[in-house]
Design a protein around this ligand. Structure first.
Ligand code: BG6
Length: 496
């Protein structure tokens, strides 16, 4: 184990969904697998009245349901014996006095503190201001260390994100801020960096000479549930595209970093995000699932999108001219996060009677994890050559089993150990908002296309690719191998 010192984990929004579904199950997994050791304490802060014991018990069902490892009562009880709870208003001094009292009680020599801001975003600066005012969080604290993890959304537009950052920067140093994007903690996301940078065969092809286009799909089968109020201010663009999708894209498209430390990776990712533009004016399709306006806390006349597809371009030497199609939405047909790198066709088709499908590298992130490399082979039939697409597959689960650490486990442990590599730097956030704003400007006030629940979103999203003689990849090799425009098109794409 790396240099792990006793620490206190303080969760603002301590009884929220995130704590129940992700944070405490993640902590439990880290503990049961011996990645973190007692002594460490958890202090939850929220409005609900509750005793310390009730707070410890509050997570039992969540751990049973959401933890990767089986619930073991003895283990959980041992961990939860150092759970504490404060019921309080985040704007009141009293809440922070109570926090000091508990810290005095639980901390020994080491006063390492990890603060998790899992409240609604308007409280982020309020909490940090109060923590510093009461001397609980010290600017520049390294030994003992004081760090804050800030949940998304970091701001609601460029201006509010800048204001938030300025406010926080006055209170703590940048190295103490861990802006979380949980997609970066997903195993497959880290693995595609290995795929790119620990293999020699892909990098020579990783550019506009050999790649035809890139697709990123982040689809969900659930709706907004009870998050209507938040979602009305976010929509799919702010909830998923501005952060998760741009983060995935930046890792896929970045130059090899000089090292794998936080600063080197952030430097390369920023360059990609800075270079992103909409491909053209009509490069966005927005959708709203049928029935969204009847959801709890949603405006019956809402124009908020629950689906967005966009065609982007990375304005740099490596990627200029290559479309990057991205889409995300709620209540879609399938839950998946997937990146497709589609390579250019052969310059000329020698097999005239065949529609030769493209070579693709499919990077499956969630829920399936693995890589497919697709290419063409001859079917063993007599007579004319018949070609079909096949794939070489790496399946994470088949190779390594199905008990891989989840994103929040990895990210919490990294924050405890002081490694910010898988967190987002301020510049990435800032440039992501710049791009997002250029997207919002295209559709302000417009009504999105209505789509059926369980579909792949509005048909217009298919048109976005069809007009370029391309298709979204739906995972079906044979269907997708049918080139929408035949051999003539292959030659056209190859510039012949
Ligand atoms: C969150 C979004 O950041 O990511 C949610 O706010 C979304 O709306 C969730 O459902 C998806 O995460 P995952 O890991 O299930 O793909």
């Amino acid at each position: 184990m790396a240099d792990l010192k006793p620490f206190t984990f303080i969760i603002f929004g301590g009884t929220g969904d995130l704590a129940v579904r992700k944070l405490i199950p993640a902590l439990y997994n880290l503990y049961i697998e011996g990645n973190i050791e007692i002594p460490f304490s958890v202090i939850g802060i929220s409005r609900k009245p509750m005793t310390h014991q009730q707070y410890a018990d509050f997570f039992v069902e969540g751990v049973k349901k959401f933890s990767r490892n089986k619930y073991e009562e003895e283990v959980y009880k041992k961990m939860a014996a150092s759970f504490y709870y404060i019921s309080g208003d985040l704007q009141q001094d009293n809440t922070y006095h109570n926090l000091i009292d508990i810290l005095n009680k639980v901390e020994g020599e080491e006063k390492n503190r990890l603060f998790y801001l899992a409240t609604t975003p308007e409280f982020f600066p309020v909490v940090v201001e109060n923590l510093t005012k009461h001397g609980i969080l010290l600017k520049g604290a390294v030994k003992p260390w004081h760090r804050i993890i800030i949940e998304k959304p970091f701001g609601s537009d460029l201006e509010s994100a800048r204001l938030l950052n300025q406010r926080l920067e006055r209170l703590v140093d940048d190295f103490q801020m861990y802006r979380i994007d949980h997609y970066l903690g997903k195993e497959a996301v880290q693995n595609f960096l290995v795929l790119r940078f620990a293999n020699g065969i892909f990098e020579p092809l990783w550019n506009n000479k050999h790649v035809d286009h890139i697709q990123i799909t982040v689809s969900e089968t659930v709706g907004v549930g009870n998050r209507g109020r938040y979602y009305e201010h976010a929509g799919a663009a702010k909830d998923m595209l501005q952060n998760h999708i741009l983060q995935l894209l930046s890792l896929i498209a970045m130059e090899p970093p000089v090292d794998f430390d936080a600063a080197s990776i952030a430097a390369e990712k920023v360059k990609v995000i800075r270079a992103l533009r909409l491909f053209s004016e009509n490069a966005i399709v927005r959708g709203q699932y049928q029935g969204y306006t009847a959801e709890k806390e949603v405006d019956p006349a809402s124009t908020v999108e629950t689906f967005i597809a966009a065609k982007l371009e990375i304005h740099n030497w490596r990627w200029a001219g290559i479309p990057v199609y991205v889409r995300t939405g709620k209540y879609l047909k399938e839950k998946k996060t997937e990146i497709v790198i589609q390579f250019k066709n052969t310059p000329y088709n020698l097999y005239k009677n065949n529609n030769i499908g493209p070579n693709r590298l499919v990077i499956a992130i969630d829920p399936k994890t693995g890589f497919d490399l697709q290419f063409n082979v001859k079917e063993p039939v007599r007579g004319d050559v018949k070609i079909r697409g096949v794939k070489m597959n790496f399946c994470h689960e088949c190779e390594f089993g199905d008990n891989t650490p989840e994103a929040y486990e990895r990210l919490l442990l990294d924050a405890i150990l002081g490694d910010a590599t898988l967190f987002t730097s301020w510049k990435e956030v800032e440039y992501s908002w710049m791009l997002a704003e250029s997207i919002f400007a295209q559709y302000e006030g417009q009504m999105p296309h209505i789509y059926e629940k369980g579909s792949w979103g509005p048909e217009e999203a298919d048109e976005l690719l069809k007009q370029d003689e391309r298709n979204w990849y739906y995972g079906d090799l044979r269907r997708n191998n049918a080139n929408p425009c035949g051999n003539g098109c292959i030659q056209k794409q190859a510039g012949i």
